[in-house]
Write a protein that binds this ligand. Structure first.
Ligand SMILES: Cc1ncc(COP(=O)(O)O)c(C=O)c1O
Length: 392
């Protein structure tokens, strides 16, 4: 049987961080205690029943059995516009300023391909969601990550972008609340980002995957588009995966600048198929859910974060409480690299966390712990880690 080599492009892609972690976890499966996986970021609660019921009804409707429209149903784009108006006071034109796709992953990799020319730079942060680096590879572009520092609360300082790189930049890509550091955008961050893109005349893409999960109840993370000048320069990606506990449904969208959306839509019609009509109808139900249901899902993570922070403090593991998303970004104890510390937790506590360097060299010295496991599993994991007495 012949063995075919992957393309040069595929060879350039890094091994997916989470498949590498899966392999690590498989090595400890034979141990006496069950493994507690705090490495992944998939919400584990069920999708709201009203959304499930809506899909069930929509699946029976014959109009949903044909190929759906490439642009997404107009009723869906109207629901997205209503949602952005209600949540952020942003006006959107459903005709030209909204595109829908199978999960934010498609937007995160597709938009760079639609906007960058080979050799241009995709500028983001270091550390960042690992797919941003592979998005640059897929667009045959270069990647530059602005180093993030704890002292600046993991917000980028655009002065750190070397002028040579800024001159060759084709896209600035941000993500706040930030995966993996949990950092939360300040109004100043978006003002500086918009200044940067205006100076270099490049588009700005904001991945708002953790839009619903700020530090605490009543504190809504900022949308880039809420800034009046943002639509001239940028777009924002939104996903139903986290806000509405719909990770398996694969539904996301991008809103904002019409020329960026138009470039992306052209690529989308060639590269990807469109979302099942019944999922689109269910997405309308989700987007129209009353506000208190949306905040109720986020409250689950706020509650868990508070409990976990208490346990971390009790074992003297330093933690900055000002974090959003459903992750905690934690420094490793002195004397360990992120990889060594991850291996130690796996071997001696049977707890799997994500090592910081998997998110870029700038993540060295940290691990990311996910709050998507149940409260019991989190409590047990922290008990096991505390017993190792690793923090002085
Ligand atoms: C920052 C960030 N962007 C995008 C995604 C992908 O989201 P989706 O489930 O909509 O593909 C994730 C998923 O974890 C994420 O953390």
């Amino acid at each position: 049987m012949p063995v075919f080599s992957p393309s040069a492009l595929v060879n350039e892609l890094e091994e997916n961080l989470f498949s590498a972690l899966e392999k690590m976890a498989a090595q400890v499966e034979s141990l006496q205690r069950p493994l507690i996986d705090l490495s992944s970021g998939s919400p584990r609660q069920p999708t709201p029943p009203a959304v499930v019921a809506s899909l069930q009804a929509a699946a029976a409707r014959p109009e949903n059995h044909d190929y759906p429209s490439f642009w997404g149903k107009f009723t869906l784009r109207q629901a997205i516009a209503r949602f952005y108006q209600r949540q952020y006071g942003v006006e959107l034109d459903p005709e030209h300023e909204i595109a829908v796709f199978h999960g934010a992953h498609i937007g995160v990799t597709g938009l760079p391909r639609a906007l960058l020319n080979p050799g241009q730079y995709l500028i983001s942060t270091d550390p960042c969601y690992p797919i941003y680096r592979s998005a640059a590879v897929q667009a045959q572009a270069e990647f530059y990550g602005i180093p993030l520092h704890a002292a600046r609360r993991f917000l980028p300082d655009f002065i750190e972008v070397p002028e040579k790189i800024a001159r060759q930049a084709g896209l600035l890509m941000l993500n706040y609340p930030h995966n993996p550091t949990g950092a939360i955008a300040t109004p100043g961050l978006f003002a500086e980002a918009l200044e940067f893109v205006q100076r270099w005349q490049i588009p700005l893409l904001h991945d708002f995957a953790y839009a619903a999960i700020g530090q605490r109840a009543g504190e809504k993370p900022l949308s880039l588009l809420a800034r009046p000048e943002a639509k001239q320069w940028g777009v924002e990606i939104y996903t139903l995966s986290k806000t509405f506990l719909m990770a398996g449904w694969r539904f996301g969208f991008v809103v904002g600048n019409a020329s960026i959306i138009s470039a992306f839509k052209k690529l989308h019609t060639h590269s990807y198929s469109t979302v099942f009509g019944a999922v689109q109808d269910a997405a309308v139900t989700a987007l129209d859910l009353p506000e208190n249901e949306v905040t109720h899902f986020a409250a689950i993570y706020h509650r868990r974060r508070e409990k976990v922070i208490q346990a971390l403090r009790a074992m003297r593991w330093p933690v900055d409480e000002r974090q959003g998303t459903f992750f905690l970004w934690l420094p490793v104890p002195a004397g360990f690299s992120a990889q060594q510390f991850t291996e130690k937790l796996l071997r001696d506590a049977q707890v799997l966390v994500a090592p910081g360097h998997g998110f870029g060299a700038g993540g060295e010295g940290f691990v990311r712990l996910s709050l998507t496991a149940s409260e019991e599993a989190l409590a047990e994991a922290l008990k096991r880690i505390a017993a190792l007495k690793l923090f002085a």
